[in-house]
Design a protein around this ligand. Structure first.
Ligand SMILES: *Cc1c(COP(=O)(O)O)cnc(C)c1O
Length: 226
């Protein structure tokens, strides 16, 4: 488990360095993406100070949450959302990054338990021309943002995207800029947003250059998924 602690510290230092070189003084939050990793690894990361964890599969996440219920983890759901899973997501998570249609938002709002604070949500934006399946098409995010803002059990925090992977740093930045522009556009329309969820293990430095406030990092912390 010492490798998890080492990787976590290295990523944290690298995030700080990227933030400084982007001339930013705000904080970039690290979401540890723990899908397909056993709870013992999450516990090790927690003991090293990590608090935000991201999961893609509802059932897998719920079993790990039960094993880790002695820890004060903030749970983020980041995977594609099937409508028959919205109730479990609304009950078991603090954040959802992958809201991409009205029906899903409505179902999350209806299922969010009264005794919990509003569910923090991001609108997933489809920024890539390669036709990645998930996310609202660029340009249509304002309508969904307006609808979500009227839902009492949801709190709209920002936008999320997963651009097509590329090793080319300039291309990474160009793709993230499209998302960052959509985010700023929503802010200019008056939506009070504080979350730009972009950047993964292979492109988080470019994402931070473009204004990421949360980077979602899995394999660079936990190693490859089996
Ligand atoms: C798996 C996943 C990540 C983390 O990917 P890594 O390349 O392992 O850092 C981030 N975001 C989403 C939505 C994912 O599904």
């Amino acid at each position: 488990m010492s490798t998890i602690v080492d990787s976590l510290q290295a990523i944290q230092a690298s995030i700080v360095a990227a933030t400084v070189s982007a001339n930013r003084t705000d904080k970039v939050h690290l979401l540890a993406v723990s899908k397909a990793q056993p709870s013992v690894k999450l516990r090790a990361a927690y003991l090293a100070g990590q608090r935000l964890f991201g999961e893609n599969y509802v059932q897998e996440a719920i079993s790990k949450q039960a094993e880790l219920n002695d820890l004060a983890i903030e749970w983020h759901f980041i995977g594609p959302i099937q409508s028959n899973k919205t109730a479990l997501i609304a009950q078991h998570f603090d954040w959802v990054h992958s809201v991409d249609r009205l029906k899903i938002a409505q179902r999350l709002n209806e299922a969010r338990p009264e005794n919990l604070p509003p569910l923090n949500v991001c609108i997933q934006i489809n920024s890539s021309e390669e036709g990645s399946k998930s996310g609202v098409d660029i340009g249509l995010q304002s309508m969904l943002a307006k609808d979500i803002s009227a839902m009492p059990k949801l709190k709209l925090r920002g936008v999320m995207a997963i651009p097509a992977p590329t090793q080319d740093f300039a291309k990474q930045r160009a793709q993230f800029k499209i998302v960052a522009d959509a985010y700023k556009n929503l802010q200019q329309q008056g939506f009070e947003l504080d979350t730009l969820s972009i950047g993964m293990s292979d492109d988080y430095v470019a994402a931070i250059q473009e204004g990421a406030t949360i980077v979602r990092i899995g394999s660079a912390i936990f190693g490859s998924r089996t």
